[in-house]
Design a protein around this ligand. Sequence first.
Ligand code: PBG
Length: 322
Amino acid sequence: MYKRPRRNRKSAAIRNMVEETRLSPKDFIFPLFVIDGINQKEEVASMPGIYRHSTDLLLKEIEECMELGIQSFDIFPAYPESKKDKKATESYNPETFYLKAISKVKSSFPEACIMTDVAMDPYSSDGHDGILKNGKILNDETLEVLAKMAVAQAQAGADIIGPSDMMDGRVGYLREALDKAGHTEVSIMSYTAKYASAFYNPFRDALDSAPKAGDKKTYQMDPANLHEALIEAELDEAEGADFLMVKPALAYLDVIRLLKENSNLPIAAYNVSGEYSMIKAAHEKGWLDGENAMLETLLSIKRAGANIILSYFAKEYAKLYK
Ligand code: PBG
């Protein structure tokens, strides 16, 4: 035997040298949930270790994360039912707590990268990402709402806006609206290949944003489809996206790889709420080692081709890294 692959595995020092994929806290965007009020911190029942923070405590959380080396944050708002309506008007109310929270975060941590989510669901009384009329989601009417929302978020200080709504034509429409409002420097991380997935449920618990009726299959992609992601990617690139995202991550590693091989833009992957919760749940039951499962999961996402990972594990990972 001249070839013995085990020689390159014989010690930690050698294994470290031949390691092909390396993670660092800089790879991550940490999703955070913000609520109105002061001194509020509520754990999301289906996401152990993840909280909804009021703005004052959110600032503390971000400070801790930055000390651990995390530089980027995606902030989502949780609104009470009383603030929701069919057209998500609260999303661009300049006085709304979410936009104020973004301003506060940005002025407190100017060097942090702050991302916001563009879709109607946290503000929609129907729990959909677009305007619902007679059981249908209206694409072009929704774009107008999304544009107002995106400009308001940019105004508040967002560095990156993340359209997660899956309406057709939204990247170009938002790019134009941002530019017209003078926000040419604000980036767009498009949820390019966002699938109609069963893995979003804990997130919908966190925001209380589940659809009141129906599902999201007329706008989010069919989990059966791979090449359709290339159609979305080509459109997003042509319309001016700065980053392409695949979501969820784990059940879609092939999609991450395909986009990586077909685009020169940086590729992000969203390791979604359900992917987080299932590892946490199995760990609590003693069925697997949560820490090792987390590390293997995050590595797999990067190995598949993601340059950036949005993950609820970001802080836990950064602590371990330190
Ligand atoms: C809103 C949005 C969702 C997620 C991010 N933005 C939920 C959905 O589309 O229903 C899911 C994130 C997660 O599960 O962690 N459009």
